[in-house]
Write a protein that binds this ligand. Sequence first.
Ligand SMILES: Nc1nc2c(ncn2[C@@H]2O[C@H](COP(=O)(O)OP(=O)(O)OP(=O)(O)O)[C@@H](O)[C@H]2O)c(=O)[nH]1
Ligand SMILES: [Mg+2]
Length: 312
Amino acid sequence: MAISSLLKGDHRALAKAITLIENNDPRAAKVIRNVFPYTGRAFVIGVTGPPGAGKSTLVDKLIAHYRHKSKSVGVLAIDPSSAFTGGALLGDRVRMQSHNLDPNVFIRSMASRGGVGGLAKATRNAIRLLDASGKDVVIVETVGAGQSEVEIVKVSDATVVVTVPQLGDEVQIFKAGLMEIGDIFVVNKADLLGADRMVTYLMSGIISKEGWKPPIVKTNAKTGEGVEELAMALEKRKTFISGGKQAEKRQTERISAELAVLVTERMSETFSKALVNDDELERIAKLVVGKRMDPETAAKKLFTKLWKKMVA
Ligand SMILES: Nc1nc2c(ncn2[C@@H]2O[C@H](COP(=O)(O)OP(=O)(O)OP(=O)(O)O)[C@@H](O)[C@H]2O)c(=O)[nH]1
Ligand SMILES: [Mg+2]
């Protein structure tokens, strides 16, 4: 793996490294270890919202905005559904293809084996690769249809929730828990009827977090109307979160949460392996089958035994 090419921003090296991460290849850990010291510069924007809200169209316009300011951009289009089929979102790349030939724009659809948890880990590390490769801005798009949009908060400096002015969507946004995660709210498709109603509705549900009151921006992603305003809101957010004690606290919290997940994962793996190779499992299972022990007590017994063996 050509780390030096990756650090210079080479897109082929970047693509290869992301594939390693996606496949949970053992070599991925080494790549991350090598690039990690070069991370922490990029501004990470998460874009989420209901299917078809216009997220990709909006991302395309944001890319144009940042390119106009000579900033390089990396985009990850996360597709949680394809985590199971192994496919990747074609539509997104088509939607953003106006930037396909730009050497300062890297767009990648991402899936992952290992469900939502695997995808979250893969996304986090793919962001690190883009960051280390010198991308000024990293945009992560996820469909708000499950747990993936909650995960996006953990990796983004600014979470943009994209809504549309259509009847029924109000309920959907509340249900999906999107009100809680937005740092900036967008009412896209503002050319459609009901945009102002949606703004009013959002205003009633806005939650301030740590001194940040999420702004609401109306956009028409097709024409680009409102995109400058969105970019300004993002810039404000960037200023708000950078530097100071607050930033350090946020980062420490994030890394703590990540470490907790990694350690738990490791423990679970270690225990699973140990259990499979333990003939005690079958013996105790038979006790439970024979009604001489209940499952909870049996599990506790097995756990204690494995634990002792491990720390010995
Ligand atoms: N009228 C109108 N249509 C829009 C606007 N923005 C996007 N669209 C259209 O909405 C459709 C969906 O746009 P996408 O950008 O693919 O939406 P998305 O949220 O990325 O969709 P998924 O990734 O599939 O969830 C496309 O046909 C767009 O052309 C807008 O501001 N107004
Ligand atoms: Mg999309």
